[in-house]
Design a protein around this ligand. Sequence first.
Ligand SMILES: Nc1ncnc2c1ncn2[C@@H]1O[C@H](COP(=O)(O)OP(=O)(O)OP(=O)(O)O)[C@@H](O)[C@H]1O
Length: 296
Amino acid sequence: MSFALDGAGLTHANGFTALSGITLRANKGERIALIGPSGAGKTSLLSVLGTALAPSAGSVEVLDFGFPGASTAGMPSFPRKRESMSANEISGVSLASRLRTRIGTIHQAPPIPGRQRVVTAVLAGKLGQWPAWKSLASLLYPLDVAGARATLERLDLADKLFARCDQLSGGQLQRVGIARVLYQQAELILADEPVSALDPALALATVHQLTADTEARGATLVASLHAVDLALNCFPRIVGIKGGRIAFDLPAGEVSEALLHDLYASEGQTLPTLANEPRFTTLAAANDPATRAACC
Ligand SMILES: Nc1ncnc2c1ncn2[C@@H]1O[C@H](COP(=O)(O)OP(=O)(O)OP(=O)(O)O)[C@@H](O)[C@H]1O
């Protein structure tokens, strides 16, 4: 099991309930796309899975660490290992940091210092796994340039190896954030709109890198995606989120056009797709076998 949420809820400090009654499980190696309208709760769900926010109701278990529902809404908390490791044996801080080295998070806008070189930003993916001396040394002088270059090559970005991050375009910076997580080789990758700044062809190729990497390593991937066609074409399992609840959880081939239109009813008649092109507004077009073959 990679993660299990049981009746999980998330109420923010201002009293707003972003998630309610979320029951969702994933085995290791699953690739899941989260889709749903703006404000549905996709980022909130990824934050709970990534342990950035504790559930305010229900329970969450991630990579064998459990989080009981907290009474303090949405406040960060520390995980407890499932095999009931005593609090005296290891501190909550240590447990949390150990768990987080196994989770790779891709942000829509990667939080990378502008002055950092691309090579250093990519190698930072392993900072939590390396011993302290190696992490410090790598920040001062990149230790695995070949590894960073090979990872960037997969994203067609090797020519930016020594560029400063504040000299990159939004799409290039987004791919550096993805390269960092690919380099990290996390067991669970949580990607929040990972290709929102890329053109359709690059978005497809980049998502392919993510799905191929996780498939090859048996890692789990959960990605929120704006483009419905990208989700249907590249992910075997689709979870629709609406109003902080799971609207459906189905194999991609079983997601009907009616379900999609119901999910996005608040956003009008046109389904959000790559480049918002109307050619993918029918399920037949979105599930085009040629596109699916190109991705998966
Ligand atoms: N810190 C916060 N405090 C209060 N409400 C919040 C907070 N963060 C998010 N929300 C609310 O929770 C709801 C879900 O937000 P979330 O970011 O999870 O949605 P989303 O599906 O990721 O949306 P989008 O596709 O636009 O990124 C929204 O109504 C949002 O306004």
